[in-house]
Each structure stands twice: as C-alpha cells, then as structure tokens.
Design a protein around this ligand. Sequence first.
Ligand code: 9G3
Length: 565
Amino acid sequence: MKQSLTFIPTLREVPADAEIKSHQLLLRAGYIRQNTSGIYSYLPLAQKVLQNIQGIVRAEMNNAGASELFMPAMQQSELWQESGRWYSYGPELMRLKDRHGREFALGATHEEVITSLVRDEVKSYKRLPLALYQIQTKFRDEKRPRFGILRGREFIMKDAYSFHSSFDSLDEMYSKMFRAYSNIFERCGLNFRAVIADSGAMGGKDTHEFMVLSDVGEDTIAYSDHSGYAANIEMAPVTAEYSRQEEPAGELEKKETPSQRTIEEVAGFLQIEKEKCIKSLLFKVDDRFVLVLSRGDHEINDIKVKNLFGARIVELATQEETKQAMGCAAGFLGPIGVPEKIEIAADHAVRSIVNGVCGANEEGLHFINVDAERDIKAIQYADLRFIREGDPSPDGEGTIKFARGIEVGHVFKLGTRYSVDMGASYLDENGRSQPMIMGCYGIGVSRTLAAIVEQFHDEKGIVWPQQVAPFDLHVIPANMKSEAQTALAEKVYQELGQAYEILFDDRPERAGVKFADSDLIGLPLRITAGKRADEDMVELKVRKTGEMMDVHISELAETVRRILD
Ligand code: 9G3
C-alpha cells in the first residue's frame, strides 16, 4: 500500500485528554479518532489490526467447534421483557423506538436474541450441543467512558453462546473455550492470566475472566506467589484463620467519642489499634437493611455481601436511610442494641475480637470492651472482606499478591437462567421436555487491540507483535528526489510484495519525519533505501529491538524471512 494514498493522520503532540499510553499512541499514530465521548472511528491501520485479531479469534472459535453467524443490533424489547432484563438494566442499555413507536434495545449483548433464535429451531437433544458466535459492535451507555477504546460506549465484541442437554456437555465446551481463549491471547502476544471471577448478574456458577496484566487495568487480580491461583479480587475467598484474642474480657462500657466517626479517628481517640475496632456499615440489600461488620483494618466486599444474600442490588444506605433505620448517623453504628428488623452479618475476623470497640448507635458514643462472642447477638458470620496482599492463597500454596488487569475475555456457565425464562427447551431421549443448558463466552476485540498497545510500546511509539501488525514491512526511500533510492525501494516493494504486507512511504517528506512516523506506527520491520542505494544496499531496522543492519538486496528476502518467521 502506498502511504500517500492511504489515511494515517499522525500527530506530533500528545492529545491532552488522553491519559494512558494506548489512548495517546492510537491517536498520535493515526489509528483512531474520537467522534464523541466513548465513540470512535477505526482508521485504516486500526481496521487492519482488528481484522488480524478477528482472524485469530475466528480460527480458534472454529477450531472449538463453534459456527459463526451475525445477529441484529436492533433487538425488540419483547425479548428483553421475557428475560426480565428490560426492567433490570438502567440507562446503560441503549433504547430506541422505530417509526411505529415500537421499543428496541441496541444490542449490549445477545443472550436474548440467540436464545429466541435457538428455541424456535432446536427441539431435540439430537441437535445438541450447539455453539454459535458472532463478531459485532455492542452498545453500552457507560456512565464514564474513558481510556479511549478501552472503555467505550460502542465496541467490538466476539460473543459466543453454547446450548447443551447436560452439564457435562457444558463443562466440555467450557474447557474448549477456555483453551481457545488461551490460544487467542497467546497468539496476540499478550501476557495474560485466566482468573476466577464473579458471575455477577449473569447467574450461573463457574466463570473466568481473561486479564491482560497492565497498570492501567481497572480490575485487581489476587494471585498466589507460589501457584497458578489467580482470582478477581471481587470474589477471591479469604481462608485466613483467626484465633480469639487471649486476654481477660473487660466490662462493656459506653465512652464519649465526640465527633469521632472513622475507624482512624476512633482508634486514635481511644488509643486502640484498628484490629480491635469493629467497622459497621448499613447496606440496602434488595428491599431490606443489613448491618455488615468487618474488623477495623479490613474492607467489606459488597460482591460477597450480594452473593451471601443472593441479592440483585446491594448498596450503602444513604445518610437519611441510616438515621431513619438505626436512629443515628453512620460513624456511630454498631451491632449492639440494633433494631429487631435489621439483620447483622459479619466477616469471620470480627468473631475473635475481645475488648474491642464499636459504635453505640448513639451520636458521639462508642462501646469499649466489646467481646463479640458475648455481646453480639443474632449475627451470621461469613467471608465478607476483600482479600489483602499477604493473605494466604485460597489454594493453600503461598501468599497473595495483587496485580492490575484489563479484562479482555469473560467465559460463563449460564446454566438455564435464560432458557427457563425464555422457554428454550428440547425433548430428551425419553421424550421429556427439558430446558437447554447454556454457556456464553465474550472477547472484547477492540479492547484487545488497545490492551496490546498497552503492553507493546516504547517512548517512540507502538511496537506491534508481528501476528497482529497492520503491515509486516515499512519500506521507505529516505529521499524521494533520489532516483537510486526510489528505484531500489520500488524493487524491494515489488520483490517482497508477494510474500509480505508492505506499507511504502512514498510521501515527499524529510527522512526524519518518515522515520519518526515509522517508529510511531510501529510495524515490525523497516527497510530503508538510503545513502548506499547505489550499492544496492538497504538498511533494516527491527522495531522491537532497535537492531539496525545493512543488507544487500540479494540477501534481503532471506534476512527478512529469518527475522519475521
Ligand atoms: C446489558 C448492558 C450491559 C451489560 C450486559 C447487558 C455486561 C450484560 C454481561 C455479559 C455477559 C456475556 C455474552 C458474551 C460474554 C459476556 N454488561 N453483561 O449482559 F444490557 Cl447495558 O455481557 N454476554
């Protein structure tokens, strides 16, 4: 491709509102342009990378036995009403009306559509298992789109769905997809981890997220320093044991703690360590209030609270709700003397507290000498805290460390969550009607492109892994006015053009500009026809290592093959 013909608007300066490297570089190197918040155009170079990533995804999906189809982005609201998600999703689900006033969702995902498609066509167990996938633009009206195409409101997803007549069959497909995902991210050159995740609103039990390790990742991964264990911090179980503090339990007593609200303030004021404080937060769990306790130095994990109660909504009560339900403001809440209707749940660590401190449910007052076993009634203990670095790894091997990750894939065992609601059933071998058992498997294709740039760049620009690079070679005549250089460059272009994808920089720009753009765009190999063109010598530059070498054109094909293959 001649560069003067294509569309690669490189920028010198770093766009102000681009905070992370991938966002900055994709803008500067002319790969993307923002249309409006969270909505981007993929320019020719990005389109080529997307095609390459999708090629890898398709190869692995097909190899896993899935068939590619293409579903509509406009989804009639009736389908989402059948699954109930028309009501459970808020402003994130883009909705629109057609000319007849009928309501539609813009596809944020396709469980409803695929389930309605399969239920109408598949009636017998003989037609299962069935695995289908598509690669399509998804619409999710994110509250805070940011980081360029890492978190956009329109993005490209590969979403696959599988249908089974047994959980064994689902497990088999899940393993196939798990391996396919590992292959995909390996072939993209990424450093990733498959982490145990929380299935969230999707229901079902097993689920894994594929995380690309990166400091700009929004997710925190808890991983063992001694084994392959890795989990999203949201659901990483805490297996730490706590022993009851060996000391004589003092008499429960109220203490004046004027305007001492936070754990730090109370611990400082009463000269007591945080491990002896009981943090009490009032949560709204679906339609009821629950007082949740943790040790003062731990953080309550709201996902674990949600899973404990099997709730759909878990959020902190507002100040007014707290005052109304507990009779005092947050900061003085405690598990002693709690109104009947309010349930109490505590993390295991609270149980071993002796001579501890908690709010007295009265403004300006705290209890001291709290003995959890003795003083806290009607309480259920569970694993409700976030795991911390240094905690024992749940698999019993080593201790936990944290890393940040970008979620690029997510696989779920859905079970019958959609097939029951939407009547997707089949007749089993005994002629009995059974709900289909489903799995679903997503990859953020456009997010993967950005994640690759996050992992593969240097101070000069992008450094594409060869498997996904938009072109294999960048051929550059240093000076377009030199007959020798342009002729030699053309010769390289013709000769290597059969075996490789070549971007030929035929722009009438200074050599320095061309080289800077070449480093920015990030193709794996640069071939320059420069000063030694009249000796039929070209200069090779390996983008990844910066290695330079002069090569005679007669050895060029062999040298390129050796470097690239
Ligand atoms: C929505 C909106 C946002 C959403 C969803 C639905 C996330 C939603 C979860 C999934 C599950 C799997 C198939 C491919 C793999 C992931 N955000 N999820 O369902 F309406 Cl606005 O998408 N779907």
